[in-house]
Design a protein. Sequence first.
Length: 437
Amino acid sequence: MVDAVLTHLPEDEHRIQLRRAIVASTIGTAIEWYDFFLYSTVTGLVFAKLYFPHSDPLVGTLEAFAIYAVGFVARPVGAAIFGHYGDRIGRKATLIATLMLMGVATFLVALVPTYESIGIWGAVILTILRFVQGIGVGGEWGGSVLLSMEWARSHGSRGFIASWPQFGVPCGLFLANLAVLFFSNVSGDQFLVWGWRLPFAFSIVLVAVGLYIRLGILETPVFSRLQQTQKLEKTPIAGVLRQYPKEIVLSALARMAEQAPFYIFTAFVFSYAVGTLKVPRDFVLTAVLTASVLSFVTIPLFGYVSDRIGRKKTYMIGAALTGVFGFIYFAMLDTGSPALIFLAVVLSLVPHDIMYGPQAALIAELFPARLRYGGASLGYQMASVIAGGPAPLIATWLFATYGSAYAIALYILACTVVSLISVALMRDYTGKPLADY
């Protein structure tokens, strides 16, 4: 039985628990996104060569990105599975399960034999592990956001507090690119032979750290109150699909402008810059690293801004800027100037972060507490199927078909139009009390 004191903690103790929850959710999310982005980074650099060696370079890249996309297809599955348990047994227990699932799958990628050893079965095993990764990350986001947001007592700070789990994304991106850069230098010419495996093996250490931190936190007071008052939903996923289908669909479409460009800027850029523009691999890795460091500041900053001017307004500004920046981005890349390429990559995540900072609160606030984990997770992760997963594939196909990166910029613009319409149709709960039932 839940101790009633958890929902009526003294102010000082509540602040301590809030800080712990933010740290636990942010660090745990950073570790899970390290695992996910590591796969993204290595896909463009390694997998086409090792698992599809007899394919045409373009076809091999498409095949490698197809496996990459499987992780995104799996994310709504993870959202449904862990969304159910997150609204039934609690945020904390569910988050521990997602971290373990993700960590084990990532570690096993380090052990997958190449095409040279077992033929096409290497790609099959990679696909299965990528699917498991997707299930884990599909259940992670909703729980991390709620773990921090549901400890907030002030209606005027939810955007800032909920942005910290989002902060885990650039942390994970930074760690993944740093690991690849480090082990690339360590292994040198042997990077394609064994060096690429080391960052995946290292993930098991990060998972152990994440588990230690998450085991030491309390359940959120909002979920504790649901248990005490016996207001838990028996079938949360069925309930949220029946009662809030519009909110789920709008949440997914709102992410088009954020997620599709993000994976073009952080995953497709490796195959385009290294393969087409002949930019050194480590140069691109360093540029993406720098971009992720800038996001350390911009994500919580725009979460805070959304508490001041409103969630919807902040998000729509970011979407509009992203639509314009796609053309500027590829114009800078195509100059071939190292300085302009570096600047383009570094700046690419700023318009994204204007959306990503307030996004967690914008989506989570649409659902009542008893359905919040499942509803927010489904809305967030459904975008993976229509935006994040296909984006590098679509970008590769557009460039191959039209021979110009501006076709990709038009695709980014189309995504932003969809998001602007969707966000305009949402309700804005900035500064308003939420239904804790």
